[in-house]
Design a protein around this ligand. Structure first.
Ligand code: ADP
Ligand code: MG
Length: 694
């Protein structure tokens, strides 16, 4: 197939540019433009980058006399005759044709497409492709795809791209609209510097775009796609590494590493640190003492002991003369952190302060004054801490719990209040699989707590099918009789019920009246005022309730050692990571704990996911499993991260990712400020929301 000249409407001398909206293109009406928008396609450039999922290869044709039944085959034929009739049963319209070529005859049949009789006429030459059935009248193509044979073939008898489609936008449509636009590809700036491209043996972008849509052969199509994927990974790595180098060379708060202080702190702990905690602590204290500000992510399962590590960092920061802010996603969690840090740090002269939504105005004024004046060194709160005009005179460390990345905008807000660039430590109990984190967190350093403190019994996890529900409730009752407590987590019933109040309330009614009329059942959901939530949670903490029915949106992050049962309703509706999070809420004591995954009507994928949760108690392993089951797109949601979407790159292609990273590092070594190749520096705009590039 040869390259074709661009054909578009240019009545008012519309410049032929890549940003041209699609409704201006011949053959794309306003309706179709709207539908294309559903695929995220609004400009010519978008269409060029709408990459095929795969290719349909019907290039090999078979003479009619050689057709084999049972498989898909393609033939170059002439129509001898064609007619339609109503099928005697099923009331279907059949269109039947007799096909011939120089050496044979065969049939074709189509169902419920009566218009074909008008479209196809005897004598016409077609390429037909479809599954062959051996019938009493000979070999028959069943519902074959077809196209007029000739020079300008796109669909049948070719290597045809199969695109992501949507209602009313088929691959056939896309092929005929994209191909005429391929001449535009020469206008695409090649963001891959020529020297990198040559060293990697990759084709120019225009050629790659051309070859990916109308490939000469499958191997070339694969090389074209790899070229586009390489570019995506290269840009990401340049952005990440640039942000990293910028950060490390920038002035940050330096906190001297006082080994004796670290030893004194560890000596006061009622337990021995795990190896992971020791290594992570050392990595963090080393970062704090280095001139560039820290940007580190501490990953570790619920209960792996991240807080102690953060406490050590806060103490060191305080000792160096700087303040620490600890941010939690919810008020309940902030309170818990505050209580934990108080236990760990008050004896070292570092009492934490707490600032949350329900803090009284007077207390708030006093706290703000303490922070601004530098008398207080450790503040714990929700994200309101950075939104609320909290000014800290010498902020040295920010710890954010349950967040993977501390965004550029958030960092800037904090920098404004303090002047110097503080150190950042993000903590999360939902680890990112390593294969992904290497690619997506190139600007962040990672620490991991892979082992749990000794003496923990793994939580026993069971999938409970509907018929075993009653037995499971009986089991809950028997544990409660032994003095234990249970959580019951309910999923959202429908999107409109964002806070999950409906399902939790209904479940609460059912449990308190029918299932457990003899037990004390408490309810907690997102629509309750903060004050009420805390009161109800407190009742459960004090042991004044046996069963706490809660929604998934309510953080049940409070440490309640006496709660040993986690029941999860509609478990298949939750992601693996979330289920694992819930499970982490029990098993915090010497008592054996249980997690009961109640499944509703279940599908194959859902049941695999639940089985995976039951099979391992490691969040790291589950993250890898989740990745296998759902693919990287579902898990990381690049858009959610604020990163440009990747069209060609497979984030799990570790080898290509590594190649791209090497190339990115090498490039930055000789062009640190990206002045040598303009299309590359311009492409950095897309990464600004995530990476601190300039
Ligand atoms: P995470 O924040 O990672 O979920 P925490 O820091 O809240 O975990 O720790 C969970 C519990 O484990 C706390 O009660 C804490 O005191 C305890 N803990 C932490 N480290 C150890 C350890 N090395 N040995 C025994 N218990 C520990
Ligand atoms: Mg925690």
């Amino acid at each position: 197939m040869t390259s074709q000249l661009v054909s578009i409407v240019t009545p008012a001398h519309v410049p032929l540019d890549l940003d041209l909206p699609l409704h201006r293109i011949t053959g794309i009406g306003p309706r179709q433009a709207q539908r294309l928008e559903k695929l995220g396609l609004t400009t010519v450039r978008d269409l060029l980058f709408h990459l095929p999922r795969r290719y349909e290869d019907t290039r090999q044709t078979v003479p009619l006399r050689a057709l084999q039944p049972g498989i898909v085959q393609t033939s170059h034929v002439r129509i001898r005759n064609i007619s339609s009739r109503r099928s005697p049963y099923k009331k279907m319209m059949l269109v039947e044709a007799t096909l011939e070529d120089d050496g044979g005859v065969a049939n074709a049949v189509w169902f419920n497409q009566p218009f074909l009789v008008r479209q196809l006429q005897p004598g016409m030459e077609l390429m037909v492709s479809g599954k062959i059935e051996s019938t009493r009248t000979g070999m028959t193509f069943r519902s074959p795809t077809f196209e007029r044979a000739g020079r300008d073939q796109h669909h049948v008898g070719t290597l045809a791209p199969v695109y992501p489609e949507t209602q009313g936008i088929t691959s056939r449509f896309l092929r005929t609209r994209i191909e005429p636009l391929l001449g535009f590809a020469t206008q695409l700036p090649d963001r891959l510097p020529p020297s990198v491209r040559e060293a990697e043996g990759l084709m120019p972008i225009a050629e790659a775009i051309y070859q990916v849509h109308v490939p000469g052969d499958l191997a070339t199509a694969a090389r074209a796609r790899e070229r586009i994927a390489f570019e995506e990974l290269f840009l990401l790595q340049v952005a990440a590494e640039r942000a990293r180098r910028r950060r490390l060379s920038g002035p940050g708060v330096i906190v001297a590493y006082d080994i004796d202080l670290a030893r004194r702190f560890v000596a006061t702990l009622p337990f021995k640190l795990t190896d992971g905690q020791r290594v992570a602590g050392h990595e963090i204290l080393t970062d704090l003492a280095a001139p560039g500000p820290m940007n580190r992510l501490l990953q570790g399962d619920v209960g792996s002991g991240k807080t102690v590590v953060a406490a050590l960092a806060a103490l060191m920061t305080h000792h160096g003369g700087f303040q620490t802010a600890v941010m939690a996603p919810t008020e309940i969690l902030a309170r818990q952190h505050h209580a934990t840090l108080e236990k760990l740090l008050a004896q070292h002269g570092l009492p934490p302060r707490l600032l949350v939504g329900s803090t009284s105005a007077a207390a708030r004024r006093e706290i703000l004054a303490g922070l601004a004046g530098g008398h207080d060194s450790l503040i714990v709160g929700t994200h309101a801490l950075i939104e609320d005009g909290v000014a800290m005179v010498n902020l040295g460390l920010v710890v954010v719990d349950e967040q993977h990345r501390f965004g550029v905008a958030q960092r800037q807000r904090l920098r404004q209040t303090s002047g110097a660039m503080p150190n950042y430590l993000a903590m999360t109990a939902t680890p990112i699989p390593r294969s992904l984190s290497n690619t997506l967190y190139g600007d962040v350093d990672l620490s991991e707590l892979r082992e749990m403190p000794p003496g923990r019994h793994p939580v026993e996890t069971r999938v409970v099918p509907p018929q075993e529900r009653d037995a499971a409730y009986e089991f809950v009752r028997s544990e409660v009789r032994k003095g234990r407590q249970a959580f019951v987590i309910c999923p959202l019933i429908e999107e409109s019920d964002k806070l999950g109040a409906r399902s939790a309330t209904a479940e609460y009614d059912r449990l308190s009246t029918t299932v457990f009329p003899d037990l004390r059942v408490e309810l907690l959901h997102g629509r309750m005022p903060a004050r009420e939530k805390i009161e109800r949670m407190d009742r459960f903490v004090r042991g004044d309730a046996d069963v706490l029915v809660a929604t998934s949106v309510v953080e049940v992050g409070v440490d309640i050692p006496n709660a040993t049962i986690m029941v999860i309703e509609g478990a298949e509706r939750f992601g693996l990571a979330q289920l694992h999070q819930f499970r982490g809420r029990v098993g915090r004591d010497q008592h054996q704990s249980f997690c009961l995954l109640f499944e509703g009507g279940i599908d194959e994928e859902g049941s695999q996911r639940l089985a995976a949760v039951a099979a391992t108690d490691s969040g790291f392993e589950l993250a890898e499993r989740d990745l296998q089951l759902r693919g990287p797109g579902q898990i990381v949601g690049l858009r959610q991260h604020g990163l440009p979407e990747m069209l060609a790159a497979d984030l799990l292609d570790v080898a290509l990712g590594r190649r791209a990273r090497q190339a990115a590092l090498a490039w930055l070594d000789h062009d640190a400020d990206l002045s040598a190749w303009q299309p590359l520096s311009e492409s950095m705009n897309g990464y600004r929301a995530v990476f601190d590039i300039d």
